[in-house]
Write a protein that binds this ligand. Structure first.
Ligand SMILES: [Fe+2]
Length: 212
């Protein structure tokens, strides 16, 4: 009988699993994700659809305008241990730079096919994932995605993600105020890569959120 050959995917999964204990032990003493202002555009009311796919609103055929960004990662503590059950929220402006918020001038022109806000619970291994948009600039701010993490033990972190290599980051007051140590940059700067395997034309990034 021909021996069964494990699939490439099974090998990748097995390799990943064997690395986990090592990765966790090496991760001790992680740099925490720096807190940043919530800003004025956290929702005052939540959309009927607030799942982790911001690009598709339930019941609507149209998809949001803009470049899709698959944002995923783990919620970890300072020792690199996954924080299970943490509530992860994100919110961002649409592809035109408009938030779905009463304080947003021109709100009526916003893209109604964009959910703008989403939330999910981190899994047992700390993983979270969102189908979001590559953030765009709006007056006074470099592109960013807001996020908030509430842990089951009562911890709360509010912060923002940016695009690595975006020249506007260095001129952005919120970014400059948060990134005081160079090691904090990797906690808030997203390295974007094409993700044709996930979705045509989409980008992807992995951002672990380290809560202190
Ligand atoms: Fe913002």
């Amino acid at each position: 009988m021909k021996p069964s050959i494990p699939s490439r995917r099974a090998l990748i999964v097995a390799a990943g699993a064997s690395l986990l204990p090592l990765r966790s032990s090496l991760a001790a003493g992680l740099v925490a994700t720096p807190p940043q202002t919530e800003g004025p555009f956290y929702p005052t009311s939540f959309p009927a659809d607030m799942d982790n796919d911001l690009v598709q609103v339930r019941g609507q055929a149209a998809q949001a305008m803009g470049t899709v960004l698959h944002l995923e990662g783990r919620v970890l503590d300072l020792n690199g241990r996954p924080v299970e059950g943490a509530l992860v929220e994100i919110w961002q402006c649409d592809a035109q730079g408009l938030y779905n918020h009463p304080r947003q001038p021109g709100r009526e022109r916003r893209d109604s096919a964009f959910q703008g806000y989403g939330r999910m619970l981190a899994a047992a291994d700390g993983r979270y994932s969102f189908r979001a948009l590559k953030p765009v600039a709006y007056p006074g701010r470099t592109p960013h995605i807001h996020f908030k993490v509430a842990t089951a033990s009562g911890g709360l972190l509010t912060s923002q993600f940016y695009i690595a290599g975006e020249p506007g980051n260095e001129r952005d007051g919120v970014f400059r105020g948060a990134v005081r140590d160079p090691r904090q940059r990797e906690r808030v700067e997203m390295k974007l890569a094409p993700a044709p395997g996930l979705e045509a034309g989409a980008l992807a990034t992995t951002m672990d959120i380290v809560v202190g």
